[in-house]
Design a protein around this ligand. Structure first.
Ligand code: CMP
Length: 233
């Protein structure tokens, strides 16, 4: 159910969002007053590819995935947002084209929603937010370039190794055993991120585990140091 102007949990959230980091407290408070809060169940569609873009979204809690669907219904995951303050939906607001991808809640999620009109008015009066958006778009384009390169140049093992190292760098914790991912993506999610089947990911992960490069226990995955350094072959 929609809930306007969320309670204390949402207050201050926009300050943690990279594109709003330069704003003073009154400007943040003004934006937060304009924002709605919406809840999505696991599997709920937040935006659909080809729809008109009418809002910017900021993750308050939960996890969403940015996906494309092939004609056969096969899913490709372009990105996963799970850090509170992650934002999406900016592209169609900036270029006035339809939504570039579908965004789906991958667990029950709470999102702040800022209308196109309020976002555009804000950008016009706060150029530093626009610069921050450009910085974030460059970062995402770099990541997309790396993914394109990996898809074209590496086999499935190379792509899986690259994805695991990327996850380790982004969210891994250093331990004596190696780098730990406490909430690894599912095999189906990894498959959709590296353009292969779940069965192939399952086989490749078992192979890496048998060779002692990774240890998988439920949602927890440990990457050994030799593997992080790239000496797994
Ligand atoms: P928009 O096109 O409005 O709606 C879909 C959103 O998904 C898009 O804005 C971006 O916020 C996000 N998105 C699309 N492609 C990528 C990508 N390659 N990496 C990260 N986010 C993306």
């Amino acid at each position: 159910m929609d809930q306007r102007n969320g309670g204390p949990k949402e207050r201050g959230l926009l300050k943690g969002v990279s594109i709003f980091a330069d704003l003073d407290a009154p400007a943040v408070a003004a934006l937060e007053r304009l924002a709605d809060v919406r809840e999505f169940p696991d599997g709920g569609v937040v935006v659909s590819q080809e729809d008109t873009g009418d809002a910017l979204f900021v993750l308050v809690r939960g996890k969403v995935k940015v996906v494309l669907y092939g004609d056969s219904g096969r899913e490709i995951i372009l990105s996963i947002f799970k850090t509170p303050g992650d934002f999406f939906g900016e592209m169609s607001l900036l270029d006035n084209e339809p939504r570039s991808a579908t965004v789906i809640a991958a667990e029950p999620s709470r999102l702040m929603v800022l209308s196109r009109r309020d976002f555009q008015a804000h950008i016009e009066s706060h150029p530093r937010t626009a610069l921050r958006v450009l910085t974030e778009l460059s970062r995402r384009l770099r990541r997309a370039d790396a993914v394109i390169g990996n898809l074209a140049l590496l086999d499935v093992y190379g792509r899986l190794a690259g994805k695991l190292r990327e996850l380790a760098a982004a969210e891994g914790e250093e331990t004596d055993d190696g780098i730990v991912l406490r909430q690894r993506p599912t095999q189906a999610e990894i498959a959709a991120m590296i353009g292969t089947s779940r069965e192939t990911v399952s086989r490749a992960l078992s192979d890496l585990a048998r060779r002692g490069h990774v240890v998988v226990t439920g949602k927890r995955l440990v990457l050994r140091r030799d593997f992080i350094a790239g000496d797994e072959r």
